[in-house]
Design a protein around this ligand. Sequence first.
Ligand code: GLN
Length: 485
Amino acid sequence: MHDLSVAELALGLRAKHFSSTELTRHSLARINTLDTHYNSFITVDETGALAAAAQADARLANGDTSPLLGIPLAHKDIFCTEGLRTSCGSKMLDNFIPPYDATVTRRLREAGTVLLGKTNMDEFAMGSSNETSFYGAAQNPWNTQRVPGGSSGGSAAAVAARLAPLATGTDTGGSIRQPAAFCGITGLKPTYGRVSRLGMIAYASSLDQGGPMARSAEDCALLLNVMAGFDPLDSTSSERPTEDYSAGLEKPLAGLRIGLPREFFGAGLEANTHTRIRDALALLEQQGATLVDINLPHTELSIPTYYIIAPAEASTNLSRYDGVRYGHRCEAPRDLHDLYTRSRQEGFGDEVKRRILVGTYALSAGYYDAYYRKAQQVRRLIRQDFLDAFTKVDIIAGPTTPGPAFGIGAKTSDPLAMYLEDVYTLAVNLAGLPAMSVPAGHVEGLPVGLQLIGQHFAEARLLNVAHQLQQASDWHLQAPPEANV
Ligand code: GLN
C-alpha cells in the first residue's frame, strides 16, 4: 500500500480494496518500526489517527468522493493542531497544546485526511539540516549518516521513507524545496499569500509560506487543492481565486521557454549535480521546451539580504515567548526580569538565539538604515531581476541545492557554510514567487533536486512541467533502501 500514489490510494478506498483504518494502521506500523532510524516524527497521534480514519470510513461508506478522504498525512510541527502538541522543534513549546487549528490543518481535517502526527523540524524553522531541532536531528532515509535537509526535514524524510504519502511543510528560504531535494521527493513552495499562514507559527512573516510535500507533482497538486485559498483571518492571504491544480497536468510542454540563470550554474555548483540537472533539462527539451540562458544579476546578494530580513522578522516574532504568555517558564524566578531572561535562555537553542541577536542588532536605532532598510532595497532589486526574466521566459530552472545531502555534523560548527546551502532558494522567497523541487536522479546514491521557479501564482504551470518530467522519468518513483542504516 505504501508505494501507491495518492490518486491510487483514493481509488482503492472508494473501491473498498482497503479501508482508511487499514491504510492508517499500515502507516502507523511503518512509523513504529522504521522511524527509530529516521526520527522524522516528533509526535505520533495513533488514537487521533484511528478516530479520523473511522470517521473517513463512515464518510466513504456514504459515497463521499472528496479526493483526499481517508488519506493519511503528516503535518510539520509548525502548524497548530487543536488538542495536539505543537512544538515547532523547540524546548520553548515542548508543552504547547494549541487551542485551535491552523487554517491549513482545519482545511485538511475537513477534507477527511487522517493526521498521523507531527514531523521533526529545525527549531522555529531556522536551519537547513534539521540539526537544530530540540528533538534531535532527523536522518535522511537514503543514508542515515546524512541530513534530510531543513527545516521541513522530518516531512521530507517521512514521505521519502513511505511512512506517509503526503506531508505539509513551510518554506521561508527553501525549507520545502531543499529537504525535498535531499530526500528525493517533490515539494512546492507556493506564491506568498496563496496558502494561509494563520496558525502556522511565525518565523519571518514576509517570507513564510506553507506548501505540499509528496512523492509526485500529481500528489502535490491534490494536496495544494485543499491547502490553497483566501483566508479572511490572514491579512496577507491573497483573494485571487484558486485553480484546480490537478486540471492542467497533462498539458504538453511544446513552446515552453525555460530560463537558465547563469548565476545558478557557476562555480559553487557541484559537478555531478550539474550533470544530473542538465540531464533533467534535456528531458524537458525533448518534450518541446526551449532552454534560454538568462541572468539574475543580484543572486549573490540574496544570502546577505535574507540573513538580515529573516532574523529581523524572527527577533520580533519570537519576542512573544517570554515565559509568561506561552511556552517554557524557568523554575523559581527571582523577579520578572529573571523570569524573562532565564525562560528565553533555557527555552531557545543556539541557532535561534543567534538569529534573535542578529535581528535585534539589525533593527536597532543606529543600524536600521544600514542593514534592514538596505536589505529591503536589495530585496526589491532581486524581485525585479525575476520580473525582467519573466518577460523573456515562462519558467526558470536550475539546481535546488549546490550538491546532495551533506553529512550529519558536517556544517554545524560553521553557520556561514550552512547559510551558503540556501544560495539557490532564498531569492524566490524574497521575490514571493512559487517554486518546486523535483527529483532529478542521484549522485553517489543520494538524490538531486531540479528547481522550477514560476511567475506569481503560476503554481499550476509549475506542477504541469514537473508532472511532464515525471511522465518521462522514474526518479520520483525510486525508493530509498528500507531502513538503510
Ligand atoms: N535555511 C533557511 C534558514 O535557516 C531557510 C529556512 C526555512 O525556509 N524555514 O532560515
